[in-house]
Write a protein that binds this ligand. Sequence first.
Ligand SMILES: Cc1cc2nc3c(=O)[nH]c(=O)nc-3n(C[C@H](O)[C@H](O)[C@H](O)COP(=O)(O)OP(=O)(O)OC[C@H]3O[C@@H](n4cnc5c(N)ncnc54)[C@H](O)[C@@H]3O)c2cc1C
Length: 390
Amino acid sequence: MSIAVESPGLSETQRQIVELARDFARTKIAPLAAEWDRTKRFPRDVIAELGKLGFLGMCTPEEWDGMGVDGVTYLLALEEIAAADAAISVSMSIQNAIPTTMLVKHGTPVQKQRWLKPLARGELLVGFALSEPEAGSDPASMQAQAVRDGSGGGWVLNGLKAWATNGGTADLMMIMVRTDAPGSRRGAKGISTFIVPTDTPGYRAGKPEDKMGLRASNTATVALEDLHLAPEQLLGDEGMGFVYAMEGLDAGRLGIAIQAVGIARRALELSIAYCAERRQFDRPLHDFQAVQFKLADMATRIEAARALAHSAAARKDRGEYVAPYASMAKLFASETAMWVTTQAVQLFGGYGYMRDFPVEKLFRDAKVTELYEGTSEVQRLVIARGLSGR
Ligand SMILES: Cc1cc2nc3c(=O)[nH]c(=O)nc-3n(C[C@H](O)[C@H](O)[C@H](O)COP(=O)(O)OP(=O)(O)OC[C@H]3O[C@@H](n4cnc5c(N)ncnc54)[C@H](O)[C@@H]3O)c2cc1C
């Protein structure tokens, strides 16, 4: 029995992609992940290599230089990267999901040519900025503002965005700001999305946040200071930015769900190996039924979490309404990752609490999956709304 996804049941394409991702993860990511975590180094070169292999544009249609694979195949590859280092997988997830979904669905042919193609090839790194210091779970209450610049119909942006992944390392950011007038707020309908190259004057990323986990991933506050944009940097229709962000988050949450599966799977693999080796009371830990039951419960929850994520991805590929299912997958998988990594630390005993052993990093990395792209409470709100048909 295998905890990782194995060949039977996979198509030939999926098998090749999983093997490529697993090989890359095991040789180029896993050996260095602990050091990147310790030194907070964002390995841009490794992300670029992922791009060259096609892993940053997996669901982007081939006509825009992507791989054009289905959602489940993308999740299979992402799980392999997440099992090696969650900090790398979050960049892969964002690049494949939120900004790309927005551009594929709402970009003009010119915007796709200019931005989508290099994103799919991994030549540009992207992030998205929805949250603000005072607007996290309720992003529709954001305050950052764009106003018409009065000359050629362009825009001037001002405000502060919080915790943007890749905020200090991306080449391009998709930024959600208000375009309704301060005197006549329209809630979610007053928000628009802009495509912002990070070398635009007025874009200023703060110092990288000092985080509990995912320490190699860049997370930064972004200040928008009289940032001038041309009319063609507006994505889609004015006032539709919030809707576009929520569409993107459906895809994003599936990525975070499988990131959580990858973290949990690694914790289980390490736990199985440790329990076979570590001896107490004159026998290996795995001889104790209490330990066997713990491992069995860990494996069962991981299998269920992966199945939920794959099922939601298949629904999305069929064009079904997927928001509550993406939230179920993220909710269940992130709580699974937190629970499984807690059990892993317990099984490792005192060693599990030490930096020299890998499960404490997995425990720290797991926590954020319950927080970002909507907390577990927000996922429950989305599911409950789906149940009541709202
Ligand atoms: C490492 C990291 C990377 C991130 N990357 C990005 C990014 O790339 N782009 C981006 O835009 N954002 C990003 N975020 C922000 C993230 O999405 C927010 O932190 C998250 O949405 C929660 O918002 P908040 O932190 O303001 O918490 P709050 O909204 O203040 O919530 C605090 C607590 O209250 C609970 N709560 C709030 N409202 C309700 C309610 N109605 N019912 C019940 N409970 C509720 C929450 O669940 C939470 O437990 C990132 C965050 C982190 C930590």
